[in-house]
Design a protein. Structure first.
Ligand code: ARG
Length: 410
């Protein structure tokens, strides 16, 4: 190691190797600057005398968590018509608050899938520059969608002529919109393949972009070396998106056997927000969610959970995606227990939120597991998550890029 490096030593009851499910216990993790230099049974390796040592008795160390579907600039109290009073600059400031909460919950990397006015890029860059704390953000900017679709804004009459920034119809128009988003600096492209729950006047089960448009869109994104996420609830939209070659499908509510076979064949990741329904149905009305959306949610939530169980059983690539911002940011960890309740074992749920998500982002060489040479994104939870997954809701220590960002040890 570098003699002048800042060394951080973490002594914990255990460290989880998310690739194998093995617990190293007791564990010592040594970090120099922003890099993990060793993960080993305690006392097997000497460390410099001037190292900062953190004692984590009773804790398990894990890699920093990933949430592959959040809207940091969104507010769970501000839905439906209430949202019309939110400008992009105001949303960016909300994002500052939410980025901090998300990081404190142990999520050191997120994909932000859809933000008006590129507010997510401003937030990403402010965090990167060290102005405000927050996770690593992989941001999409405005999501692409058809005229009148889930990713348009349908709250006005024609007299107001309101069109969301990501609206594009036709293969060349979607290619142009992808190029525009890349021009302004997005990391990932998001588009709406079907209707949705929270949009006005869209059929949640119905396809929106045609297959021809999806093919053009995905080809353009991959040509430019980015990845693409498709919002899709309905079966036809899910299958078209997979056939078009998307990297991940979001929500994935109405699955059939063919869709599962296709996802496995194409290696598509499923990002299923199975906690979300609980918040929407209990708190949504107060937050301004439209009655028609609450009706749609009643038809989607239960089916989506059954689809999750099927996808897990079939061995589809699963990531952790929660749609944070619909429900309150910082409560992301609540989804772990639902993932276990609806078919995963504890390790699978943790893999979804770590190594699988890192692979979807093509960051698996740098992030997603506790291994020498990887970036030091590390969290500690009070207990053993393989025995009690709910400890994921009370993350005690958060290290990002080798820096202690949150320390809530008593
Ligand atoms: N943003 C999504 C939509 O409007 C939320 C879906 C939430 N419901 C659910 N059961 N996951 O479609």
């Amino acid at each position: 190691g570098n003699a002048f490096a800042d060394t951080l030593v973490l002594n914990a009851d255990a460290a989880l190797d998310v690739k194998t499910g093995k617990l190293i216990r007791p564990a010592t993790v040594v970090v120099e600057d922003n890099t993990i230099v060793s993960v080993a049974r305690s006392n097997r390796r000497a460390y410099p005398e001037d190292a900062t040592v953190i004692d984590l008795k009773g804790h398990t160390l894990l890699p920093g968590l990933f949430d592959m579907h959040v809207h940091l600039t969104g507010d769970s109290q501000v839905h439906g018509y209430k949202r019309l009073r939110r400008t992009a600059p105001r949303s960016a400031i909300t994002g500052v608050r939410n980025a901090k909460r998300t990081l404190a919950a142990g999520f050191t990397s997120v994909r932000n899938l859809g933000a008006p006015g590129y507010a997510d890029l401003a937030l990403r860059d402010a965090i990167y520059d060290g102005d405000v704390p927050g996770p690593r953000i992989f941001a999409s900017g405005p999501a692409l969608g058809i005229t009148g679709g889930h990713c348009d804004n349908n709250l006005f009459t024609h007299e107001h002529k309101v069109v969301a920034a990501g609206v594009a119809d036709g293969p060349w128009a979607v290619r142009q919109k992808v190029r525009e988003n890349i021009k302004y600096g997005v990391d990932v492209i998001k588009f709406c393949a079907t209707g949705g729950v929270l949009s006005k006047g869209t059929k949640v089960g119905a396809q929106q972009y045609s297959f021809e448009e999806m093919q053009a869109l995905v080809a353009e994104v991959h040509l430019r070396g980015l990845t693409v996420a498709a919002h899709a609830h309905g079966t036809d939209g899910i299958k078209s998106a997979i056939r078009a070659g998307v990297d991940s499908v979001e929500h994935v509510s109405f699955l059939d056997d063919e869709a599962i076979v296709l996802a496995k064949k194409h290696g598509t990741y499923f990002s299923m927000d199975i906690y979300n329904t609980e918040y929407i149905l209990s708190e949504g009305e107060k937050a301004g969610i439209l009655p028609e959306s609450l009706d749609k949610e009643r038809k989607v939530g239960g089916t989506q959970r059954a689809s999750f169980t099927k996808a897990v059983k079939a061995g589809v690539n699963m990531v952790f995606g929660s749609d944070g911002g619909v429900y309150p940011h910082g409560q992301n960890g609540k989804q772990f227990s639902r993932m276990v309740k609806f078919g995963m074992n504890e390790l699978q749920a943790l893999q979804a939120a770590t190594i699988n998500s890192a692979s979807l982002l093509k960051m698996q060489d740098k992030l997603g597991s506790l291994e020498a040479g990887k970036l030091a994104d590390i969290i500690a939870v009070p207990g053993n998550p393989l025995e009690d997954i709910q400890v994921m809701e009370t993350v005690t220590l958060v290290i990002k890029d080798g820096k202690v960002e949150v320390d809530q040890r008593q």
